[in-house]
Design a binder for this molecule. Sequence first.
Ligand code: GLN
Length: 500
Amino acid sequence: KTSNDSSFFGHPGGLQTLFFTEMWERMSYYGMRALLVLFMTASVQKEGLEFTVATAGAIYGLYTGAVYFLGLPGGWLADRLLGGKRAVWYGGLIIFAGHVVLAIDLQNLFFVGLILVATGTGLLKPNISAMVGQQYGDNDARRDSGYALYYMGINLGSLIAYLVTGYLQEGWGWDYAFGAAAVGMALGLIQYHFTNGSLAGASVEPANPFIGEAKRKAWMAVAAVIAVCAVVIVLAHTGTIVIEPVSLAQKVAIFFTLVFFLYFGYIYFKGNLNEDEKRRMWALLLVCIASACFWSGFEQAGSSLNLFAQNYTDRALSSGWFGMDSIPTVWFQLSNALFIIVLSPFFAALWINLSKRMIDPSYTIKTAIGIVFMATGFLVMFLASQYAAQGLKVAPMWLVTTYFLHTVGELCLSPVALSAVSKLSPKRFAGQMMGVFVLTYSIGNIIAGLLSGNFDPENVETLPALYMQIALFSIGIAIVIGLLSLRSRHWEKSGLSEKA
Ligand code: GLN
């Protein structure tokens, strides 16, 4: 089914299944994520948890970090025990259960719900991303544009999410808003159940399965880990273990980075890789480093850039549009999803066109270009914040321009990196390598949080320097990666035949 099928916008039918499953999963993820900090900081009168901003921020960082960190065991389970297709199904069920728990008793079961959602996402996210690539043959030129389409599904999901949960939260209350996420995931599961027959064979069985006794032992180990985690959760829930979110978040950032290098090294040295696979792993290392750097800048959207929207952007609406007198702060978040949806088809066509013309930019150079766009966005913020430093409120166009540049960067880097991981990883490690890659999201998210910690709304004159530093540092990294791409474009081709 992989090579000639072109039933979904010129792509294999399996892509349609994955597109809509991930769209609904992301709808539930972003819908809930958008509410988290608001709910945690809302007063008890408003039925919130009344946490401080620092605590809520740390929990938020730990949660988003954990979601992507769990992609590592999730990828391993798919490669060795479950196969991608089953991993996505069970992952979706666990996410659904988490949202239902949240909708039922938000006050008391808040952390239990979050843990379930994070666990399920760890099982679903890397594996569904790896399966997209498995719908294509090794040298199918449609792979990159397939990932671009898939990426559009992700953002269609987040767009629906912001609109729906934003509306429900204002008019109906927390339970309904969190409940909407459960409905979204349910739609994704139903859709997946009925259409997963179209998925290509590679995604069904584990790529590198345990057999016999080894399999039994592996399942026992999994059960033991789940049991230990359950005990820790119960102890934390009853207050026997006290967790201090802020300092924990800092330690976890370092821990995730260490795990990334250890796991990568483990696959490289202990994975019985041949010389070609090893060369491709070097190219992947560059792509992963670029990804972590990119998200460390980009993911400030929810924090430092959001605060900029709130405090230093002129959001007043003179004509009282739809009865509102100012643009809601969170609406600036929508611009990323909208730009992705508008620009994705253009990028999908661009990659196909370039490869037809034999100017096939390497994965690595595309990721370096992505970082340059991200940095340029921060240069725009450098200019905008100089007005803010003089006590002025700036026009919304400044932030929108930054988000536009960040989105162009995201499209050069993010779907491209997914495609690179699916193509260059040793096949036996497809799920795990996607897990390792998804770990760069969690590193990026946590670093973005730590960088945003330097944003001090009271000392606005320090802002231009902060944004300038981020821009310069990122450009430096992009230059290094760009230079290394001269070598890595050869590594990327190692052992993969040229003919399509
Ligand atoms: N928007 C992308 C996704 O949801 C990437 C998220 C991220 O933080 N890297 O898949």
